[in-house]
Design a protein around this ligand. Structure first.
Ligand code: NAD
Length: 353
C-alpha cells in the first residue's frame, strides 16, 4: 500500500517524538511491504515564526491532499504573549475545522508494567484497563452562540440530530470492533440537547443489536470512572463532557506520555496525535517519551488504512519494550532501564515483528 502522510511536528518536543514515530512507520513498512511518502508541514509557534500565522494556508491545503496527518504538539512559552487570534493552539482548531474532523478518539489504556503509575487502588484496575472515549468535536457549547449581555454572559449548547447520528455511528462501529459495549453520556435529566442526544443514540443503536448500550448522566459517569473504571469499554459523549471525561480517563493511567488520540471524519481520513502538549521544559534534550506518538501512528494504520496486523505489531512492540524494562524519565521506576527518546524508538523498532 502506498500512503501519503502529512507530518506536522510542531513545537517543543514535537519534532523529537514525530521523528521516532516515522522511524517506527518505516520499519513497519519494510516488514509488511508498504510505502510511506512524507510531507513535513508547518503549524503552531514555528509557523508563526516563519510565516506570521499559526496555520499557513499551504499547511491546510497539503494536509487535505494527504491520506492522513501525524501531528506532534504545538505551543510554548515563546508564543504565550501573541494576540489570541494568533496563538499556536489556533492551528489545532483550524486543522480540526478545516479538515472536518468531528470524531475524537481517546483510548485510555493502563499497561500492566505501568500499573504503579495509576492513582487508583490496584484492585480497581487489576488485569488492565482499556477504555475508549469517543468525543464529538465540532458541535455543542464550544461552538454555539455566545456573548455578553450587560453584566451577564451566555454560551449555547446546540446539537442537530445529524451531528449526533454521525458521531453515534462512529462509536457503534468502534464498539463492534472492540467488546461490543457502549455507554452514552449526557445530562438528559436537565438539558434538552441531551434529550435529543439520548433519543438519537437509541435510534442508531437499533442498527447495532449486538452492542450492549447504557446511558449515564455525566456526573455519574465522572464518578464511575474512578469508582469502577473497568465497567467501561466505549464511552460516547458530546464535546464538553468528552473534553472533561477524556482527561479524567487518561489521568487514571497515570502516564501522559503514553496516550495517543485520533480525530476522524466519515471517510477514512484522520489526524493522529499524542494527547500531551509540547513539553517545552524537555524539548530537544532526548528526554521526551515518544510512545504516545508511536501509538498514534499505530491508530492511524488501524483507523485510516485498516492495516490491523501492522497496528497490532506496533502496539505489541510497545508492550514488549515496556516488558523489557525500557523507560523514559517520565515513566521510570527503580530497577528499570532509563533511556532517552531515541533509545526508546530503537527498542520499539527492534521489537516489531
Ligand atoms: P505538556 O503536556 O506539554 O506538559 C506537562 C508535563 O508533562 C511537563 O512536565 C512535560 O515535561 C511532561 N510531558 C508531556 N509530554 C511528555 C512526553 N511525551 N514525555 C515526557 N514528559 C512529557 O502540557 P503543558 O506544560 O500544560 O503545555 C506546554 C505547551 O503545550 C503549552 O504551550 C500548551 O499550550 C501546549 N499544549 C499543546 C497541546 C497540543 O499540541 N495538542 C496539548 C496540550 C498543551
Amino acid at each position: 500500500m502506498k500512503i501519503r502522510l502529512a507530518l506536522i511536528p510542531g513545537d517543543g518536543i514535537g519534532p523529537d517524538i514525530v521523528k521516532e514515530a516515522v522511524r517506527v512507520l518505516d520499519k513497519t513498512a519494510d516488514i509488511y511491504g508498504h510505502e510511506f511518502e512524507y510531507r513535513t508541514l508547518l503549524a503552531g509557534g514555528c509557523a508563526i515564526d516563519r510565516t506570521g500565522e499559526p496555520l499557513p494556508a499551504e499547511t491546510l491545503e497539503c494536509a487535505k491532499e494527504s491520506d492522513a496527518v501525524l501531528l506532534g504538539a504545538v505551543g510554548g512559552p515563546k508564543w504565550d504573549n501573541v494576540p489570541s487570534s494568533l496563538r499556536p493552539e489556533k492551528a489545532l482548531l483550524g486543522l480540526r475545522g478545516g479538515l472536518g474532523l468531528f470524531c475524537n478518539l481517546r483510548p485510555a489504556m493502563l499497561y500492566d508494567e505501568l500499573a504503579g503509575a495509576c492513582p487508583l487502588r490496584s484492585e480497581l484496575v487489576e488485569g488492565g484497563l482499556n477504555v475508549m472515549v469517543v468525543r464529538e468535536l465540532t458541535g455543542g457549547i464550544y461552538f454555539g452562540e455566545r456573548g455578553r449581555d450587560g453584566d451577564s454572559a451566555y454560551d449555547t449548547m446546540r446539537y442537530s440530530k445529524g451531528e449526533v447520528e454521525r458521531i453515534a455511528r462512529k462509536a457503534f462501529e468502534i464498539a463492534m470492533k472492540r467488546n461490543k459495549k457502549l455507554t452514552s453520556v449526557d445530562k438528559a435529566n436537565i438539558l434538552e440537547s441531551s434529550r435529543l442526544w439520548r433519543a438519537t443514540v437509541d435510534e442508531v443503536a437499533a442498527d447495532y443489536p449486538e452492542v450492549a448500550v447504557n446511558h449515564l448522566y455525566v456526573d455519574n459517569a465522572a464518578m464511575q470512572l474512578v469508582r469502577n473504571p473497568k465497567q467501561f469499554d466505549v464511552i460516547l459523549t458530546e464535546n464538553m463532557f468528552g473534553d472533561i471525561l477524556s482527561d479524567e480517563a487518561s489521568m487514571i493511567t497515570g502516564s501522559i506520555g503514553m496516550l495517543p488520540s485520533a480525530s476522524l471524519r466519515s471517510d477514512s481520513f484522520g489526524m493522529y496525535e499524542p494527547i500531551h502538549g509540547s513539553a517545552p521544559d524537555i524539548a530537544g534534550q532526548n528526554k521526551a517519551n515518544p510512545l504516545a506518538t508511536i501509538l498514534s501512528a499505530a491508530m492511524m494504520l488501524r483507523y485510516s488504512f485498516s492495516l490491523t496486523k501492522e497496528a497490532d505489531a506496533i502496539e505489541k512492540a510497545v508492550e514488549d519494550t515496556l516488558r523489557q524494562g525500557w523507560r523514559t524519565a517520565d515513566i521510570y521506576t527503580e530497577g528499570c532501564r532509563l533511556c532517552g527518546t531515541v533509545e526508546m524508538g530503537d527498542a520499539v523498532i527492534s521489537n516489531i515483528k
